[in-house]
Write a protein that binds this ligand. Structure first.
Ligand SMILES: C[S@@+](CC[C@H](N)C(=O)[O-])C[C@H]1O[C@@H](n2cnc3c(N)ncnc32)[C@H](O)[C@@H]1O
Length: 529
């Protein structure tokens, strides 16, 4: 029965094994369980950690069960008390029996603990426990984008979110337990909702059908910025997403493209073959029909002069980055463990045990999970980051954006990262703007005043190297910095750390007009192409 052993391995492996997500979804720990089940078990146990510990301590049965470590007991008792189907193991499994032998004691302690909190129902108890022990980081709302390829905001408010109060403030939503039905309609990007942290919509029909997409608000900025206002969308012909998997931004972009008079194609490149499969599935699920996926395709190997791409006017670049803006759910939780009569440590934060080989004495049973983090992570946090790696990333990011600027018909390009480092953000923009291709083709940072409403009003803009403790520098003008958009992780906006900047150049027609009017002042140098 690997699920509980695997969860214990994830929680006790050392810092060299990375973030929670990379431990669960990576292959390093030789885990056998389905990642989504594992992730759900761990995050749910973390939520009710103190309560479960209280029950185990009061039931005082660990000394009678040699197979149970404190951490295994937490995971198992959590599922025994809270999971729909109880412990996810066959009835005869030794771990399940080790808990169920003490069923009566556990039940009695559970009821006492619930009554101490004056909670009549399980839902009321959960709500109370989240209030008692709010997550240690600032609560981030659960952001949801309504996929307008398949549904409408009004329809979702009337179905999936029926009974939700929709006039809540973001602060109220962020402080609410998952059981409270409140939401906030986002004012920056259309069709985006904020729901209480830890809300789980993965079992709703709307999620399963692709009508709603779990996507951080910040991650919705690039496609919206690229598409621009309704009138500007008239200039969109074909689009290219250079670094597309899992495809959240691609499908978001598709929602704007289909609304144009003559919807063009979206070409979606993904270098990684496995992630390309996720991208394809995501395109199917979201109903993004006008997307052509180039699986296993390195964007840098695509020839901008290829006749297939002669009408590509808009490009979205969201390349791999350090992921330093990812917060909250990525952190390795520090669990309070039950008192251990067999002498184990009481906290696991500093434990660095190498996973032992263990007997897997049962087949993995079908698991009913109570919540699941989606498999479609846009990026994972790289905790082994050093300056050299940052420079390598920045060099690659710069090459990718410069490559995009060379597409003959390109008019607008966005570059985004979920990094907080100036080096990967304003630093890249600064190098791009100084590049030969940008200069020769008249590319500029899209001015704040020219940005789509909502993003124009977003108050966090680009920063100078001097504003950071790393002293990383960029040589952008004040106007260019104003054109850059930042999201700060953990602030009151409730987003992850994020950066996006759009580059624009006048269309050939506008260019000619500018050329004509500027010739009199002798300042226009014209386009190179
Ligand atoms: C941050 S993720 C993209 C997330 C995606 N935009 C979304 O919103 O779902 C970066 C992706 O770009 C891919 N990638 C990185 N460099 C690439 C390249 N040169 N060509 C194509 N894909 C690349 C990575 O494999 C990874 O899947």
């Amino acid at each position: 029965m690997s699920l509980y052993y695997d969860a214990a391995t994830v929680l006790t492996s050392g810092p060299q094994d990375g973030s929670l997500r990379s431990r669960v979804y990576g292959n390093k720990l030789n885990l056998k369980s389905k990642p989504a089940h594992l992730y759900a078990l761990i995050s749910e146990t973390v939520k009710f950690n103190h309560f479960v510990k209280e029950i185990i301590d009061n039931a005082a049965f660990l000394s009678e069960e040699p197979k149970l470590t404190p951490i295994l007991s937490l995971l198992l008792v959590h599922d025994h008390c809270f999971a729909k189907g109880g412990i996810a193991a066959p009835a005869g499994h030794s771990l399940r029996q080790a808990i169920e032998r003490h069923k009566a004691r556990l039940q009695a302690e559970f009821t006492k603990a619930r009554l101490r909190r004056k909670c009549a129902t399980l839902d009321a108890l959960k709500e109370c426990l989240l209030r008692e022990n709010p997550p240690t980081h600032r609560s981030q709302p659960r952001w949801i984008r309504i996929n307008t390829l398949k549904s409408r905001l009004a329809d979702q408010l009337a179905t999936t979110f029926k009974g939700y109060r929709s006039d809540a403030t973001l602060g109220e939503v962020a402080q609410s337990p998952a059981t409270v039905k409140v939401l906030a309609i986002d004012q920056t990007v259309p069709d985006v909702l904020a729901l209480p942290p830890y809300s789980d919509f993965t079992k709703t029909q709307a999620y399963k059908n692709g009508e709603i997409i779990l996507q951080d608000k910040a991650s919705c900025f690039p496609a919206y910025l690229l598409a621009g206002s309704l009138e500007e969308r008239g200039t969109i012909r074909d689009c290219m997403d250079g670094c597309a998997a899992p495809g959240n931004k691609t499908s978001h972009l598709a929602t704007f493209v289909v609304e144009t008079d003559h919807p063009g194609s979206i070409y979606a490149c993904e270098r990684d073959r496995q992630r390309s499969q996720v991208l394809k599935r995501m395109m199917d699920k979201s109903g993004a029909k006008n997307v052509t996926v180039f699986a296993g395709q390195d964007f840098l190997s695509i020839d901008p002069q290829d006749v297939r791409f002669k009408n590509v006017t808009h490009l979205l670049l969201d390349p791999s980055c350090s992921g330093s803006g990812i917060i909250g759910r990525e952190d390795i939780p520090t669990l309070a463990l039950p008192e251990d009569p067999k002498g184990q440590k009481t906290r696991i934060a500093s434990t660095t045990r190498t996973p032992k080989k263990r007997k897997r004495d049962q087949e993995e049973p079908k698991v009913e999970v109570s919540s699941a983090e989606p498999l479609d992570a846009e990026e994972t946090k790289d905790i082994s980051l050093d300056r050299t790696r940052l420079q390598r990333l920045a060099a690659l990011q710069t090459r990718i954006v410069e490559h995009a600027l060379a597409f003959p018909a390109a008019l607008r390009v966005t570059y985004s990262t979920c990094s907080v480092h100036v080096e990967e953000n304003e630093g890249v923009v600064s190098r791009v703007i100084d590049s030969e291709v940008a200069r020769s083709r008249g590319w500029r940072v899209l001015r704040r005043d020219d940005q789509v409403a909502g993003l124009r009003d977003w108050r966090h803009r680009g920063i100078n190297g001097s504003a950071t403790d790393t002293g990383e520098d960029s040589t952008l003008t004040q106007e260019e910095l104003e054109g850059c958009i930042r999201c700060h992780p953990g602030d009151e906006e409730g987003t992850m750390g994020f950066f996006v900047c759009a580059f624009a150049r006048p269309s050939q027609r506008e260019g000619q007009a500018v050329k004509h009017s500027s010739q009199t002042s002798e300042s226009w140098e014209g386009f190179a192409d």
